[in-house]
Structure formats: C-alpha cells, structure tokens
Design a protein around this ligand. Structure first.
Ligand SMILES: [Zn+2]
Length: 309
C-alpha cells in the first residue's frame, strides 16, 4: 500500500457528469458520482466517515450549487457507500434496490465495527426510501439515468447507474480497480453474470466503486481482470471443497499469482466462504455471518484490518 495518499478528486468524466475518486480505494475508501442537468442534480452513493461525507458534500456544492439534490442513488448497501445518506436533506429521496434497504437496516453500523481505524464521527442509518426490483429510469431533465439491478454479485443489491447518452456507467463495487473483488455478501456465480452485463453496455467511461476511473480499453482490461480473478476463486474453491479443507486452509495453500499483488489480498478467504456456500448448494446470495469470515480475513492479513482515516 502507498505510504502517502492524495486527496479526493472530482473529475468530470463527461459533460456535467462527475466522479468523486478517493485514493487509494482500499477498505471503506470508495468513489461516488454526481450527475448534473438543467433540472437539478443527483448523486450516486455517499462515503464512509462523517468527515469524508462532509468533504464530499462541500465539493459537490462547489460544482452543483447548494440546492438539495433531486435524488441520491445507492449502488448497494455497504456502509462506505451509504453512511452519508442521513446527511442529505430529508426531501431528497434515497433510491436503491429493495435488498439494499433491507441490508442497510440489517447491517446497521457493523462495517464501522469490523473495519476500525478511522474516526467515523457521527453516523446514522438512513436506508433507501424509494426501492425497486429490476430496473428504474430517472429522467433528470433531458438526461437519462438507468438503474439496473445486476445482483447478487458483490452484494444482493448491486445496481448499475448507466447514462446511455453519455456512455458512463457507475459500476459500484462490481469493479475494484487495483483491489481484489469482495463477494462474501454476494455471489461468485452472479458476479460473473454481472460482469457480462457491464461489458454489454459498451461504456466509454466506467467509474469503479474503488480505484481510478477507467476509459476505453482500460474498461475491458479491468473487466477481464475481475473475470479472471473470479475464475481463480472458483478453481481454488472447487479443489478445497473437494478435499474437505476449510476456506482458510484452502486460501493459505493457494498460489494467488498476480492477484496476490492486488490490494486487500485477504479478501480471497472471504470469497472462498461465498464460493463454498454455492458449492454446498445454498441459494445465491444466502446470508453468511460476517464475523467468522472477517476473522479468517484478519488471519490472512496477518493482523487486524485497518482503514485509512
Ligand atoms: Zn461494497
């Protein structure tokens, strides 16, 4: 991991469409989006700590003004994408998949407890108050934002925010650029299908949930990397499951090759917990208790998993 990390950047990825990118994209350090139009603006996701959320909202106000956002979209339920929901005006609807609402409420503040390090400040849980099951199109003046459920993949509630006229997709945590994907709360089989759905959009710009923005051929490279990693997890899981090795032993015995150089290499064992669930025949997206799997990741990490402030 880099010893110094730069400040967040607000990048205009298409006219009036912005990505808020927080280096270094590691645990709880995510990206968000801003879509502006004559008719107002909407945001895609918030971030983790109170300080990071207040910095995000201040930066958004510089570009989009101080009026209330027309809407906030949550790409999935994780705290690094939803802990700032409560800081938006009550009049701004928070929109997410029906499972996103359920899982924001079920998870509460567990991510802040499992991933220590930063001062999270004041946190309040605010789930989506507008939910949908498959697709929803938002019309922001002439600008169209298509919300497409592609879970279970990273979680049960993954939603793409796709701007077809601009060729921009906010992919949420289907795409980690520089880090290992994390499938413990989603599905390995579903992740491969979701990646295919992202690929089919033929986007010009892909904003990952973590890591630098991708453009042009970089998009195929990242999607190929995510796919290759998922296939690697499936191979390790099949061999480990067949030989009766628990996920931790299978992860420790595996040669991660190039994937071992990616950030958050300890996610491998969490992903094996998910793959084993599917090999056991459990329905995709079945809930897996987090603490034992996170304990295994802590062992893989060689000590507590800490986050940047
Ligand atoms: Zn996530």
């Amino acid at each position: 991991m880099a010893t110094t990390v730069g400040p967040p950047e607000l990048l205009e990825v298409a006219t009036g469409v912005w990505a808020y990118v927080q280096p270094d994209g590691s645990w709880m350090i995510n990206n968000t989006g801003l879509v502006t139009a004559d008719a107002g603006f909407l945001m895609v996701d918030t971030t983790s700590t109170e300080a990071r959320n207040r910095a995000l909202l201040a930066r958004v106000a510089e570009v989009a003004g101080t009026a209330a956002p027309r809407a906030l979209v949550n790409t999935h339920h994780h705290g690094d994408h939803t802990y700032g929901n409560w800081l938006l005006p009550a009049a701004t609807p928070v929109i997410g998949h029906v499972h996103c609402r359920e899982d924001v409420l079920a998870a509460g503040l567990i991510a802040a407890q499992l991933f220590a390090g930063p001062d999270y400040g004041q946190l309040e849980i605010r789930p989506p108050d507008v939910t949908f099951s498959h697709r929803l199109t938002l019309h922001l003046g002439s600008r169209q934002v298509e919300l497409i459920h592609v879970g279970p993949a990273h979680t049960r509630s993954d939603v793409l925010a796709w701007l077809p006229d601009d060729g921009v997709v906010f992919a949420g945590d289907l795409a980690f650029n520089g880090g290992q994907p994390f499938l413990l709360e989603g599905s390995l089989a579903g992740f491969l299908r979701a990646l295919a759905a992202v690929r089919a959009l033929e986007a010009d710009v892909l904003v990952p949930g973590h890591g630098p923005v991708c453009r042009g051929s970089e998009i195929a490279r990242v999607l190929d990397d995510m796919t290759a990693y998922a296939e690697f997890v499936a191979e390790v899981a099949a061999a480990g499951h067949r030989s009766g090795r628990p996920p931790l032993a299978a992860a420790q015995a595996a040669d991660p090759g190039r994937f071992g150089d990616w950030q958050e290499a300890e996610r491998l064992v969490g992903n094996l917990h998910r793959a084993y669930s599917e090999l056991d025949g459990e329905p995709l997206g079945t809930r897996i208790p987090l603490p034992p799997a996170v304990a295994d990741m802590t062992t893989m990490n060689g000590g507590p998993i800490t986050c940047l402030a």
